[in-house]
Design a binder for this molecule. Structure first.
Ligand code: UT7
Length: 337
């Protein structure tokens, strides 16, 4: 390979509207579903999440993504004219056509870029980062913008106690640029796998080409997320642990080499279980699920952004990104920041 790839800028953006567990419980209770702050905190570690205002264009998926991308470009010292490629990982696009990546390109006026969406659900940012890295490695692309952005709230069935407590809206973006193949600060490796046979654990039945949304299906909530929480929990713990180990093994490293672990933020109990299996102290894990819930493809880049901006992630730190999601999809990326 001619080049290696490095993240040179990172950014995130969230909607304004904070919804606490108490507020959510009230909303759910009005629909006949019971939950409470204590249960949500004990079972998930989530205290609040953000829900975007569908009537506010600045809170559409592509607008949050654009804001996150703008911050990432600023950190990298680049402008939209420098962007060659936009990869947007999302399962909640603004529109089915065109792609959210094209909306982002339009909003940021990145006229030289080609733009594409990918859908790997919560593993999307890791898949997108790995795909962008390949284009950079071959020399085809100099600068790629990799976005993980979701507005999940329209797909929440607020009568489903498992789903409604977990999810929130937000966006994260990374500027990825060329560096020398032997540079110490770079993406070291990526590892991915999907298992489509487990699709039924987490899916949205209607709204695709297979089953259109009719008034009847809408009232049955078939256009909303449906999930087997307990089964996903087990698969998540197993695969996050194994993908973390693979990333370290393949680079001849061990858990003690790691400075920061940034797992997909679905549930604090999943993260704690993985940390215990890896024998990794919780202090080495960047967590934002308590304040934003599960923002799917946005959890990993927003947590990385937080760690970088508050000074925890420093130049040269070894950082492991790790995710699982609907599909099912799994993946990890090891990088030196
Ligand atoms: O991108 C990620 C995709 N999804 C995930 O990662 C989800 C992974 N799974 C989870 O996070 C957890 O399974 C949930 C948070 C969804 C559920 O937690 P759990 O500990 O697996 O709860 P459970 O479904 O086993 O339910 C335990 C009890 C039950 O009551 P009984 O039968 O013991 O009396 C439920 O009826 O808690 C009850 N319960 C609730 N109570 C209050 C379930 N949901 C709620 C709720 N509020 N929201």
């Amino acid at each position: 390979m001619e080049y290696a790839a490095r993240i040179t800028g990172i950014g995130s953006a969230f909607p304004k509207n904070r919804v606490t567990n108490d507020q959510l419980s009230q909303k759910m209770e009005a629909l006949g579903a019971k939950t409470d702050d204590q249960w949500i905190r004990e079972r998930t570690g989530i205290r609040e999440r953000r829900f975007s205002d569908k009537n506010a264009p600045q809170e559409h998926n592509s607008s949050l993504a654009y804001k996150a991308a703008d911050k990432a470009l600023e950190m990298a010292g680049k402008t939209p004219d420098d962007v060659d490629q936009i990869i947007c990982a999302t399962c909640t696009p603004d529109t089915l056509i065109p792609s959210t990546a094209c909306w982002i390109q339009h909003k940021m006026n990145a006229r030289r870029a080609w733009a594409v969406d990918i859908n790997a659900a919560c593993s999307g940012f890791i898949y997108g980062l790995s795909m962008g890295e390949q284009y950079i490695k071959t020399g085809k692309v100099k600068l790629t913008l990799v976005v993980g952005s979701e507005v999940l709230s329209p797909f929440i069935n607020f009568t489903d106690r498992n789903i409604s407590i977990l999810f929130g809206d937000g966006a994260g973006a990374a500027v990825v640029e060329r560096t020398a193949p032997d540079a110490s600060r770079r993406i070291l490796s990526s590892h991915m796998l999907s298992d489509g046979s487990l699709w039924e654990l987490f899916y949205i039945p209607a709204g695709g080409s297979k089953l259109e949304v009719t008034p009847e299906r809408y009232h049955q909530n078939l256009n909303k997320m449906t999930m087997s929480g307990k089964e996903i929990f087990k698969v998540a713990v197993r695969t996050l642990t194994s993908f973390a180990k693979t990333a370290l093994d393949e680079n001849g490293m061990t858990i003690s080499d790691l400075d920061w672990f940034i797992p997909h933020q679905a549930n604090l109990r999943i993260i704690e279980a993985v940390a215990a299996r890896l024998k990794l102290p919780m202090e080495k894990i960047i967590i934002n699920v308590d304040r934003y819930g599960n923002t799917s493809a946005a959890t990993v880049p927003t947590a990385l952004d937080e760690g970088v901006r508050d000074g925890r992630v420093k130049k040269g730190d070894l950082v492991l990104l790790d995710a699982f999601g609907a599909g099912l999809t799994y993946g990890s990326i090891l990088l030196r920041w």
